[in-house]
Design a protein around this ligand. Structure first.
Ligand SMILES: Cc1ncc(COP(=O)(O)O)c(C=O)c1O
Length: 468
């Protein structure tokens, strides 16, 4: 009987094919400006059916690479999406060759993830000994952080659930849905998330204290305060020092959603100041795939108290026992810090990026993105018909193409402009609501954006607004 493996029969042919693919991938990055998003023709989608067959290098080049999600392009500012890095290509090859499982054990990638966690911890100002784990993104990191907060509040909950104890959590209006989702998943319940009104773009501390004491009086156990460093709609930042004081006073776990905004920590002033106090948090959730530009997916949960982190997740059944030597050695194992047992190697792409470009290059790109958002805000303000929807605080600019029209007409026009610019490949804005008004929204987490891109995109908006 023949025995079957899956390695290439002809390594020389494989090498040539892999090199063709690598060249096509480098071309994609080098010429990103000429490759905006485009819709997938049905004939191409049909060819994704398994079993279609054909030369894989040509198919990747012709049927796959052209139909990306748009976020490699210098004029992509929709939602909050990072741009990717050349270093991802290099790291991706090494990641595939290593095929490391980062659940734990004693091998190089585990040491590298520990180093990446430690670098991030120090940048965020958490003390030595704080723990962390790479995740798919901020949504998953939020679940991890909230579970640690929940177990601190109810140490028995891993065994018995909440046993009838109602927990309540607090966040500013405009908090990302990841917070609500995590509370739903953990059985706290979305209704037990109290949304605190904002004052000058920041959570109103007096309203928060009032709600906490009302909830206590009603028999609930307030356990969690979520601060936002970079709100998804408007790029606003809570006063994290004020929240840390409040959390200490009210015995709440302070979590900071810093999905993108946490990275202002390494930017220049004045943007760096937006995250003053972030190091006082009990936990931070952040992404590398947004404002550190690293390829998807890549987030991190950081926790001040390693023991609380472990108490929420550690479990070593017989088949996962550690050892003092051999492959089952080493501590911590990342499976003790999160949801997944088998985990991919996200550390290598961060490490490769930081080693190739250096931290200063990221700091400069992040500061540049804030400057680009400010430039967009200035151009909008100076334009006779456009209107800014909110002050530009960091890297987010929301505006209306025609502030002079009735509100419904503005909303319709802004949505139409966003879609037309996406379809004709000129620029990608997404939209958001401020009150009842749909606005164009740019969240600039794009190291390829230059000021000429901002000028060109706003000229395109003005052109379409004039035609509308
Ligand atoms: C402020 C904020 N929090 C959380 C998230 C969710 O992050 P992820 O998409 O990495 O799960 C986002 C995504 O845009 C965000 O902007």
């Amino acid at each position: 009987m023949a025995e079957h493996g899956l390695d290439p029969e002809d390594w020389t042919a494989f090498r040539a094919e892999a090199r063709r693919v690598l060249d096509a991938c480098i071309d994609q990055m080098e010429h990103a400006a000429d490759r905006p998003w485009q819709p997938v023709p049905q004939a191409v989608a049909d060819r994704y059916a398994i079993g279609t067959g054909g030369d894989i290098a040509s198919r990747l080049e012709q049927e796959v690479l052209p139909y990306h999600g748009g976020n490699i392009h210098p004029r992509f500012w929709g939602w909050v999406q990072g741009t990717g890095l050349g270093s991802d290509l290099i790291a991706g090859m090494a990641t595939a060759a290593l095929n490391a499982n980062l659940g734990g054990r004693d091998h190089g990638a585990v040491y590298m993830e520990r180093a990446v966690v430690d670098w991030t911890r120090a940048r965020m100002g958490l003390p030595e000994g704080a723990s962390g784990v790479l995740t798919a993104g901020t949504s998953q990191a939020t679940v991890i952080a909230f579970q640690a907060a929940r177990i601190r509040a109810l140490p028995f909950a891993r065994q018995t659930g909440q046993a009838g104890q109602r927990l309540t959590a607090y966040a500013g209006q405009g908090v990302h849905n990841a917070t609500r989702k995590a509370l739903e998943l953990l059985g706290v319940g979305a209704e037990n998330l109290r949304l605190i009104p904002l004052q000058d773009g920041q959570m109103d501390g007096a309203a928060l204290a009032r709600m906490v004491s009302e909830d206590r009086a009603a028999g609930a156990l307030p356990f969690l305060l979520v601060g936002t460093a970079g709100s998804v709609d408007l790029g606003l930042f809570d006063d994290l020092n004020a929240l840390a004081d409040l959390a200490a006073r009210e015995n709440l776990w302070l979590h900071v959603d810093g999905a993108f905004g946490a990275w202002t920590r390494i930017a220049e002033a004045p943007w760096r100041d937006l995250t003053d106090g972030i190091g006082r948090a009990d936990s931070i959730a952040l992404d590398f795939h947004k404002w550190m530009y690293v390829g998807y997916d890549c987030g991190m949960a950081l926790l001040r108290d390693e023991a609380a982190h472990r108490a929420a997740f550690a479990a070593r059944p017989a088949y996962l026992q550690g050892a003092d030597r051999g492959l089952a050695g080493g501590d911590p194992w990342f499976c003790d810090y999160g949801i997944d047992l088998s985990r991919g190697n996200r550390a290598l792409k961060i490490w490769t990026a930081l080693e190739m470009y250096g931290e200063a290059a990221f700091a400069a790109a992040i500061s540049d993105n804030c400057r680009m958002a400010a430039l967009m805000g200035d151009l909008v303000t100076r334009h006779p018909q456009m209107a800014l929807g909110a002050p530009v605080v960091s890297n987010v600019c929301v505006f209306s193409a025609r502030g002079d029209l009735p509100r419904e007409a503005q909303s319709r026009l802004n949505s139409d402009i966003a879609q037309t610019l996406q379809e004709n490949g000129e620029a990608v804005f997404s939209t958001t609501l401020v009150g009842d008004l749909t606005l164009l929204r740019a969240a600039i987490t794009n190291h390829r954006t230059r000021s000429e891109d901002i000028h060109a995109a706003l000229a395109a908006v003005a052109r379409l607004a004039g035609e509308g």
